[in-house]
Design a protein around this ligand. Structure first.
Ligand code: ACO
Length: 427
């Protein structure tokens, strides 16, 4: 039986269909609202607005569920690999061994940076924030691969663009990192595996050997970050792509959207916050009070989430991974104790409990990145590496949707009414 929502406006009733997703979430389909009633909706921050149908990722913020293409994140983190997850997100199914190998080979074939890209990276000051560098270099790829600049790509071109971006970003980040350290770049050895090749390009030298446990931990982190449905950066990728801007422009915009502290930039902010608490004597309870004080702009970074209102399933896995990585590396980090203390206090504090504020994916990830030797200002770049397949899957789904329209929200204008121009000498 079809259901409708009834709206009464100026004494007239209008009906709008209720549509239901495969996991039972219901939405009022208001696509005809403005045409039939002359009204629009107002939803700042889009907290109540579905912008698209999507088959990629399901999450339930109340029960702490996250699934890629139906597969629980816990199972993927434990049993899958990042490249397999990237295939799953983009092509909708778990690959056969042959399909996965051919996808990996395609990625591997794009691992070398173009000479022009290297020059662009080298033109940046070593003090540049990595996110600005990566966004620029990814945007510049449209100059080197003009065949993907077309508004509509073939299936094969899309497949190549996905593999190419996954390979290139894996090489761009270490290239810039080594430049900032005054070190020669290390060539990609893609047969090592995605995470291990990345680590080797970051730290490789004659006596450097990739610790398989560290590579595994990084692979799991990348899986956990791989997609998160219509968040700020994914929505940006879709919005930019909806104008038929090319894939590099779309992904580059996603990178810039991720940079902000309220989104991917939180992982850097968390570590800086923990370090700051540590440097100021370690009294984390004082910082909890600051976070609660409405006259103080300080927020507990790595806490709270627009969607998760119970727990973030990724944070649970990362917290466990954090313990085992530190143990296997024989590292003890005082910041981890501060993080644990903050979490424990916050979880029993009415301010955080009432507002349903829990640790999110970024609360513990920085501690792992630090243990892996990643500099703090590169944490958000690591998020880019992980989120790429998700952005690409969102972009691909949008491009394949025959009903996709250019993204164009409305507004409620609150400015001046019509008034007459006054020449400058009469003001
Ligand atoms: N510390 C202290 N108070 C907080 C925090 C926090 N981290 N997060 C939310 N609150 C409070 C707000 O002040 C507000 O209180 P009020 O109702 O008394 O005014 C209430 O909780 C609701 O917060 P909103 O900002 O309205 O929630 P929103 O859904 O818009 O924001 C966000 C979510 C941006 C994640 C927010 O919780 C935050 O700023 N967290 C810290 C930054 C962070 O960790 N971001 C990473 C998110 S995960 C990701 O993007 C990968």
């Amino acid at each position: 039986m079809s259901e409708f929502a009834k709206i009464e406006l100026d004494g007239k009733f209008y009906e709008f269909p209720i549509i239901e997703g495969t996991e039972g979430e219901k939405a009022i389909d208001i696509r005809t609202l403005r045409a039939t009633t002359g009204h629009v909706t107002l939803d700042s921050g889009f907290g109540n607005t579905g912008s698209t149908f999507s088959e990629i990722t399901f999450l339930n913020g109340e029960t702490g569920i996250l699934r890629y293409r139906g597969y629980p994140i816990e199972q993927l983190a434990e049993q899958s690999s990042f490249q397999e997850v990237a295939y799953l997100l983009n092509f909708g199914k778990l690959p056969s061994e042959r399909e996965l190998n051919s996808f990996k080979e395609l990625i591997n074939s794009f691992s070398t940076l173009h000479e022009g890209e290297k020059k662009i990276i080298e033109a940046f000051p070593t003090s540049a924030h990595p996110m600005g560098v990566i966004g620029s270099v990814v945007g510049s790829l449209s100059a080197y691969y003009p065949e993907y600049n077309l508004p509509m790509l073939t299936d094969e071109q899309r497949r190549k663009a996905i593999a190419q971006l996954m390979a290139q970003v894996k090489s761009i980040i270490p290239y810039f990192y080594r430049m900032t350290q005054g070190l020669e770049p290390v060539k990609s050895k893609p047969h090592m595996g995605y995470a291990a090749d990345f680590l080797n390009m970051m730290y490789g030298s004659d006596d450097y050997e990739v610790n398989p446990e560290v590579a595994k931990a990084l692979d799991v982190l990348l899986i956990l970050h791989a997609d998160h449905e219509q968040n700020c950066s994914a929505s940006t990728v879709r919005l930019v792509g909806s104008s038929h801007a090319n894939v590099f422009a779309s992904i580059s915009s996603g990178i810039y959207a991720l940079w902000g502290q309220l989104h991917g930039g939180a992982n850097q902010a968390v570590l800086e916050m923990l370090q700051n608490i540590h440097d100021n004597g370690g009294d984390y309870k004082k910082y909890l009070e600051k976070a609660k004080d409405k006259n103080d702009p300080f927020r507990l970074m790595g806490f709270g989430h627009r969607v998760y209102k119970n727990f973030d399933p990724r944070a649970k896995i990362i917290k466990k991974a954090c313990d085992s990585v530190l143990e296997s590396l024989g590292v003890s980090d005082p910041l981890l104790d501060i993080a644990r203390g903050l979490e424990e206090e916050a979880l029993k504090d009415p301010y955080f409990v009432e507002r349903k504020l829990y640790p999110n994916v970024d609360f513990y990830s920085g501690i792992i990145y630090q243990a892996l030797g990643i500099p703090t200002n590169m944490f958000t770049a690591m998020f880019v590496l992980g989120r790429l397949p998700g952005w690409l899957a969102q972009w691909k789904e949008m491009k394949e949707d025959p009903n996709a329209r250019i993204g164009r929200p409305r507004q409620i204008y609150t400015g001046a009414n019509e008034r007459m121009y006054v020449p400058i000498d009469q003001r």
